[in-house]
Design a protein around this ligand. Structure first.
Ligand code: URA
Length: 214
């Protein structure tokens, strides 16, 4: 089988639009989290977003509303975005796992594995210029050996995609001393985006327009 044929068959969601992926997430039965969730949280933002922000998993507020980062951590994320002239509607925001782990525990490996196809397809369709990994779990998903304490506020590369490592916004709520660090790391984001290639148009979302955020 050719490489492109393999790539096309590797993800069971290959060929789906963002909307179709989100509909599939809403009724996903693929792991135990479907039994305790109130609502699945696919993520939100424009398909043509230049940046995708990825957290760990929905918390209580997100589970209630079906939207990512709408609780206290989300308010801080909005503040961080505003500090570099962005509104949340301009970026795509999602999580590694789309359903809330009970009690906000870490997602288990089999839950993360069952959910990976959704994030993979979201990234395939959106083709962001920059993926912002929020917290050590999101960073470890892409860079298992890289420590957030050494890379926060910096850009990383893998397989032709660019990433930006950040402490999770909730860390500032639990550990006040991190707040200034996270704010200061955020100021590096426009620099990380500068100099990256233009966003490529996805065949899956042919109406894609390029956005110039900075
Ligand atoms: N924390 C996350 O990782 N994701 C959310 O959506 C909210 C809080």
């Amino acid at each position: 089988m050719s490489d492109s044929a393999k790539a096309a068959t590797a993800n069971p969601l290959a060929g789906m639009s963002l909307e179709q992926v989100h509909q599939a997430i809403l009724t996903c039965p693929d792991c135990r989290l479907c039994r305790s969730r109130t609502r699945a949280v696919p993520g939100e933002g424009p398909a043509q977003a230049e940046m995708v922000f990825i957290g760990e998993g929905p918390g209580w507020h997100e589970d209630q509303q079906g939207r990512p980062f709408v609780g206290p951590a989300g308010h801080f994320l909005e503040e961080l975005l505003a500090s570099v002239g962005l509104r949340r509607e301009q970026v795509f925001i999602t999580n590694l796992v789309k359903c809330r782990p009970p009690g906000n525990r870490d997602p288990l490996p089999d839950e993360a594995a069952a959910c990976q196809k959704y994030l993979d397809r979201q990234l395939e369709v959106i083709r962001p210029r920059l993926v912002v990994a929020l917290g050590r779990h999101a960073l470890a998903h892409f860079f298992p050996k890289v420590s957030i304490s050494k890379t926060h506020g910096t850009a990383l590369e893998r397989d032709g995609l660019s990433y930006f490592a950040m402490y999770h916004p909730a860390a500032a709520l639990h550990q006040g001393s991190l707040r200034q660090q996270i704010m200061s790391d955020m100021q590096n984001l426009p620099l990380a985006l500068q100099g990256l290639g233009e966003k490529t148009q996805s065949p899956a979302e042919p109406e894609t327009r390029q956005m110039n955020l900075f």
